[in-house]
Design a binder for this molecule. Structure first.
Ligand code: 6PG
Length: 222
């Protein structure tokens, strides 16, 4: 993995937003469309505020989420809610969002439909942005979860994780779908998370480092 350290969150957000906008713009030049996978959680809100205000060919960008809590999209715990509130504003309002949440009762029932919905996005994903939990989870891929071993026909996998924030019922992109990205950024704050990302052998974040098509770039501030 490649580490980028920043003095504060504002400088991290500015640099990472610029990197993402630049890579999306290049992807649109190269293949007329671009795909962006974005994380939920409490860390990236300020990044999304900055990114949404940058001028890029957003009308040629298709956005989906790395994972979703199985709650209504207007629920504050919804990652889709976060993206609609913080990213799809300003210039980025022109982008196309492909949500993970559907009307299905459970993530497992939704998985085939969501996989089909994602099949229209440019692949491999041009940009994947992930966060990381203190246990080394990424998306909704938690340590020792059977979901980590899923590399089947679908790009998404249902996850039941009792301690997960927002909802124990999750739908996540699979590790192989995430690892196939052309570029992956990991946004983390705090020395503890950086240490965990470096040292938690066998954690999902390390599995991503080991399997990613291109080196994961960690954007970190204390
Ligand atoms: C989610 C996220 C999850 C998140 C990490 C870090 O749905 O919660 O997709 O993977 O990125 O849990 O969350 P924080 O940014 O809140 O620390």
């Amino acid at each position: 993995m490649i580490e980028h350290r920043f003095e504060d969150q504002a400088s991290l957000n500015a640099a990472l937003a610029g990197e993402i906008a630049e890579r999306l713009s290049l992807a649109v030049v190269e293949r007329d469309r671009a795909s962006l996978v974005v994380t939920g959680g409490s860390t990236p809100g300020g990044l999304y505020d900055v990114l949404g205000g940058l001028d890029a060919p957003w009308e040629r960008v298709w956005i989906t989420l790395s994972d979703e809590r199985w709650v209504d999209p207007d629920d504050a715990a919804s990652n889709e809610h976060l993206i609609r509130q913080r990213l799809l504003k300003g210039h980025a309002a022109r982008a196309h969002l492909v949500p993970l949440k559907t009307v299905h009762r459970t993530p497992a029932e939704a998985a085939p439909t969501v996989h089909a919905n994602l099949s229209g996005l440019p692949r491999p994903f041009d940009v994947v942005l992930l966060g990381m939990g203190c246990d080394g989870h990424i998306a909704s891929l938690f340590p020792r979860s059977p979901a980590l071993q899923v590399d089947g026909a679908l790009d998404v996998v249902a996850v039941e994780e009792p301690a997960a924030a927002g909802s124990p019922h999750r739908l996540s992109l699979t590790l192989s779908a995430l690892a196939d990205a052309r570029w992956t950024g990991l946004i983390i704050t705090g020395a503890d998370k950086l240490t965990k990302a470096r040292t938690l052998d066998g954690a999902p974040v390390q599995m991503l480092f080991d399997t990613a098509r291109s080196p994961v770039e960690v954007f970190w501030t204390s």
